[in-house]
Each structure stands twice: as structure tokens, then as C-alpha cells.
Design a protein around this ligand. Structure first.
Ligand SMILES: [Cu+2]
Length: 143
């Protein structure tokens, strides 16, 4: 008799806890759903390309001593593209730049801009830019 009473007492508590849990989960997911499609919070490690007046896609990356940044760049597929490398006080081996997939090699200046025509890519293609030794790199993702 005593145990039964106990159970009856706890049942509404369980129900309430379950209710609270499901409501908070609902809000959590609905919030997450709201954030995902619209809010492309600018990730400092990634950057998007721009399109110039002639319809060419300009994909910009910076070369500094010891790295290229951003490390990941989103670009559009199906557009003639130019990789614009902006060297800034670049004294390291990042100056010996390569795109292995395209068999492109270039010596970047210490300061200044280097533009390389890289052509068009399919959605889902990934292009890796790297120093000649593969120590520093960045990736362009076409979508
Ligand atoms: Cu290197």
C-alpha cells in the first residue's frame, strides 16, 4: 500500500520532467534549425570568392611567412576562376607556391599580388594550394 502511494506520487513528476525535457529539446532543435540556413556566421578560417565585372570568379588567398590564409575557401563551380594570391611580408617557403593538381608552380613576391588562371571546376571539386614542400596549404572547395 505504501509503495503504491509512492508510485502515484512520482508519476506526475516523471510526466512533468518528460514534458520539460521534450519542450527544451523542441526549442533547442527549432533554434538550431533557424540558425543553420540563414546565419552563415563568418568563420574566420574560411572565406568566399567574389565575382568581378567580367563574370570571372576571383578567389583570394593571403601568403604570409609560414602560412596561407584562410585555410579553406568556398568558391562557385562552373565559373572561369582566377586565384589571386596576396603576399604580405612573405619570407618563408610559402613563396614557392604550387597547385599540384594543375601542375602550376609560381614563385610569389615578398609583397604583391600574383594572379593565376585556374579555369572552371565541377561542383564538389577541391583544389589544394600548397608550398612546394607541402608544409603549408589551403583548400578551395567548389560548390
Ligand atoms: Cu614549405
Amino acid at each position: 500500500m505504501e509503495i503504491k502511494k509512492c508510485r502515484y506520487f512520482f508519476k506526475p513528476l516523471y510526466f512533468a520532467a518528460l514534458l520539460v525535457l521534450s519542450i527544451s529539446l523542441f526549442f533547442l532543435f527549432s533554434c538550431a534549425g533557424n540558425i543553420k540556413p540563414g546565419g552563415q556566421a563568418e568563420n574566420p578560417g574560411s572565406k568566399s570568392s567574389t565575382i568581378d565585372l567580367e563574370g570571372k570568379q576571383i578567389i583570394e588567398v593571403n601568403a604570409v611567412s609560414g602560412s596561407y590564409y584562410p585555410g579553406s575557401i568556398k568558391a562557385k563551380a562552373g565559373l572561369p576562376s582566377v586565384l589571386r594570391i596576396n603576399s604580405e611580408n612573405s619570407y618563408g617557403c610559402e613563396r614557392a607556391f604550387t597547385i599540384p593538381q594543375l601542375k602550376i608552380k609560381a614563385i610569389l613576391p615578398i609583397n604583391g599580388i600574383t594572379e593565376i588562371e585556374i579555369g572552371e571546376f565541377e561542383p564538389g571539386a577541391r583544389l589544394l594550394g600548397t608550398c612546394s614542400m607541402g608544409m603549408y596549404s589551403f583548400v578551395i572547395e567548389f560548390e
